[in-house]
Design a protein. Sequence first.
Length: 586
Amino acid sequence: MSSKGSNAAIDTIAQETHDGPEAGTLTDGFHLVIDALKLNDINTIYNVPGIPITDLGRFMQEEGMRVLSFRHEQHAGYAAAIAGFLTKKPGVCMTVSAPGFLNGLTSLAHATTNCFPMILISGSSEREIVDLQQGDYEEMDQLAIAKPLCKAAYRILHAEDIGIGIARAIRAAVSGRPGGVYLDLPAKLLGQVMDADAGEKSLVKVIDAAPAQIPAPAAVERALEVLKNAKRPLIILGKGAAYAQADDEIRALVEKSGIPYLPMSMAKGLLPDTHPQSAGPARSLALKQSDVVMMIGARLNWLLSHGKGKTWGDAPKKFIQIDIEPKEMDSNVEIAAPVVGDVGSCVQALLAGMGEDWAAPPAEWTEAVYTKKNTNIERMAPKLRNNNVPMDYQGALGVLRTIIAERPDAILVNEGANTLDFARSIIDMYKPRKRLDVGTWGVMGIGMGQAIAAAVETGHPVLAVEGDSAFGFSGMEVETICRYNLPVCVVVFNNGGIYRGTDVNPTGGPDVAPTVFVKDARYDKMMEAFGGLGFHVTSPDDLKRAVNEAMDSGKPALVNAVIDENAGTESGRIGNLNPQSVVSKK
Ligand code: ADP
Ligand code: TZD
Ligand code: MG
């Protein structure tokens, strides 16, 4: 049956029955999309309205879904991506065609890169016109463009395929290694009409969308053998472990093994950062001197120096890796014991295999790690208590560290360069999935989208600690925060620039240096403009008062925290990744 033929037939039925006695026995593409999503427990949509999806959003709201409209699709997309991380269900972002689609695509690619399940639903223009490139309104071959940037991409052309199309999108997003899925809905599809009973029957409830992937017993045995023979073992927990929601099992494994562990940034809080086995503050020693490293839901990518080089020292290493994606094994270095499966099943199998008489690692090793850790903690402590004006990162973050300790349920969103790197090491997390940040790409702009989704999906208060540059990428979404009256407190670390506010234009010309912003900017007034609370603070004591007041109020708030413009370093802690010029005098 050709698409034209079937549409013509449906149109005729629609025409004939619209005002007649049979009205009400029909459904349409709009409502089938809604019914299919609801049937699969997807009830929240992050979107920007416009042709052809404006009415879809309206009908979704009418049908009881939560439809949150953003000021820019990229932030709706970052919200959907992190909703996926937080809930293990695909977060859904909905955009208009071509430019809206492209705005959303960055976040879809980000979701895929970070292994977060997300579906980008985009309206699109008429296929017949797009394929002949005849210049339709917002014409673009979206499916082709999305494909290389996501895990799967589908287009639905017939109303009767909506159920199966949405089922495929959901399963593709959450099964195996999670990721972003693109779903193309041409405008014409939404208006297609079909018999309501047949429509209902065409819907698919996805059963067991992310099936457990049980590791092979031989792989588990091999891993335990490697671990048992380790003299200086280390566990690294990544955001895949946080995503897996196997919190109790992971904690049991770490504690039973007696092995020091390092959390990657979004795995912080899986066990409290104050846990005696945390090696966080002794990271370099632990990486350099360990002889066996067990990775749990973490990749040996740039964030771990690809598993080799200076960071890892001279001690020969053996890696054990738990991951749901078989292709991840040996991606950077040889994996001595690959354990392919979902984190929950793998950790359970390891625990079972460890038996009752598992021996703790040599005390010489654990003592070395914990001694180094305690020395570093003691060295840092006075810096975190300083009340300097202008504030440095340590003084300001020392305050926020206490606030999170007192409010462990709050979700911390964090982006920037220095603002990110200092906050990651200074602010202890106490519960799983409470720290959300720039992820695998180190992308700026996730802030407000993540803050909004975190508040919406969990109902918990959010503290967003933002570099002034980082905040600027999504700053307009403070209106969204105010519109939905979300308990989000944004703290802008205002050092007047990217990394520092002190660069000068070497030519003496009228333009400021490329990394410098307007001096003495008042970001707090942006929040006030939309009815939220604004604070302007210059000392750690004032910062503490303002953030506590903001968080007690449960209202949208923005604290403009003035940071010493000299305090930061180029690119925070990853300045080494900058290429060097042999010509520049810098
Ligand atoms: P981090 O940045 O914290 O080091 P990465 O994003 O690099 O973490 O790695 C996350 C890894 O977790 C990915 O390789 C992904 O395949 C894996 N992963 C995601 N979910 C699961 C799961 N449920 N079970 C096992 N592995 C998972
Ligand atoms: N664009 C995007 C999307 N992501 C990026 N990471 C960058 C640009 C480059 N970039 C960084 O890597 S950090 C950063 C940029 C622009 C901003 C750092 O400044 P900040 O933080 O004000 O947010 P600090 O505290 O001043 O270092
Ligand atoms: Mg800055």
